[in-house]
Design a protein around this ligand. Structure first.
Ligand code: SAM
Ligand code: SF4
Length: 332
């Protein structure tokens, strides 16, 4: 049965982070100065087990969740992720995964077989030098493109996400658009967000959606497409020559809290009702203290029904310094 928050927003999407670890050190997400040798990642016993995740997901489905996105850190560094996918695919929900694609060549077929329906791949540049500098793990573009091909060959529709940071990869907007419309994969540009504190975010580094669309319009000619459903995060633009569409996610300059139907479960089982929430609610304790599914459902319903988050709409000089969770912890 549906549960509504204080603004009447239903709970429809659940993002589940399965690890806070990653094999990349993207400069806007896990800067190496912070996530180096001494960084304390979660220990194995702190992580929700696949069984615990699957149980929580089942209860969430009973509250109206229709879509599950697996994320991280890098979700494919968690061993046997396909086993979790198989457990979740039984729920009959829309099931997708966000990944840096580094491990997709070896994993795509098993994930598709297990019931994964789609993947979103993050790729911030086509230029190899730019990309290696952005992921700060010296990882080449060619291997990400191999991962995308492996997913497509396994029958998984692929979307590609690109975070744009001024002076770093804004010259990649047009080459990425050119490449992916020819390849037939949906591409979405994302404004660089002030998530967490470790990335040293500054408003000046944000390339606005308007600037991104301006660059696309100049290069190809684009026109807006009407949103296809409530809560669609990306604004879509159609190439005037009829060769496909491109999306832009204006999370900073045009926030979309009014339609936000997402909850986020961290790898250690904390539930966040907003990407910018300061505190998570301890679902792991509920899962481990013998609560029945009905008790669990009741607690989650209570948490969602008092939800009043709309951080992005309130974003201002005063909110910049609030404690916030890191993207690599909560998964985007
Ligand atoms: C945290 S990652 C986790 C999944 C996987 N490792 C990946 O990169 O796709 C999820 C998404 O968040 C995006 N992201 C990370 N930090 C961001 C930031 N500061 N602003 C906007 N998007 C960000 C990444 O580009 C990626 O598309
Ligand atoms: S964006 Fe994804 S790939 Fe990059 S550091 Fe963050 S979690 Fe890793």
């Amino acid at each position: 049965m549906d549960v509504l928050d204080t603004f009447g927003r239903p709970l429809r999407d659940l993002r589940i982070s399965v690890t806070d670890r990653c094999n990349f050190r993207c400069v806007y997400c896990m800067p190496r100065e912070v996530y180096g040798r001494d960084y304390r990642f979660l220990e194995r016993r702190e992580l929700l087990s696949f069984e615990e995740i699957a149980r929580a997901a089942r209860v969430f489905a009973g509250l109206g969740v229709q879509k599950i996105r697996i994320t991280g850190g890098e979700p494919l560094v968690r061993r046997e992720l396909e086993r979790l996918i198989a457990m979740l695919s039984g729920l009959g929900l829309d099931l997708t995964l966000t990944t840096n694609a580094s491990l997709l060549p070896q994993k795509a077929a098993a994930l598709a077989e297990a019931g994964l329906q789609r993947v979103t791949v993050s790729l911030d540049a086509l230029d190899d030098e730019t990309f290696r500098a952005m992921n700060d793990a010296d990882f080449p573009v060619a291997r990400v493109l191999e991962g995308i091909d492996a997913a497509a060959a396994a029958g998984l529709p692929v979307k590609v996400n690109c975070v744009v940071k001024r002076g770093v990869n804004d010259d990649q907007i047009v080459p990425l658009a050119e490449h992916f419309r020819a390849a037939g994969h949906t591409l979405r540009f994302i404004e660089y967000m002030d998530v967490g504190h470790t990335n040293g975010w500054r408003l000046d580094d944000v390339v606005s959606a308007a600037e991104i669309v301006g660059a696309l319009d100049e290069a190809f000619g684009v026109e807006p497409v009407e949103p296809s459903y409530r809560g669609e995060v990306a604004r879509r633009w159609r190439y005037r020559d009829g060769r496909g569409e491109v999306g832009v996610i204006a999370s900073v300059t045009q926030p979309f809290c009014g339609d936000c139907t997402r909850a986020r479960l961290s790898a250690e089982g904390k539930l966040y009702t907003c990407l910018f929430a300061v505190r998570g609610h301890d679902v792991r304790a509920l899962l481990r203290n013998g609560a029945s599914d009905d008790d669990l459902a009741e607690s989650l319903r209570a948490l969602w029904s008092v939800r009043g988050d709309r951080y992005s709409e309130l974003r201002s000089a005063q909110t910049v310094d609030l404690p916030k969770v890191e993207m690599s912890y909560i998964g985007g």
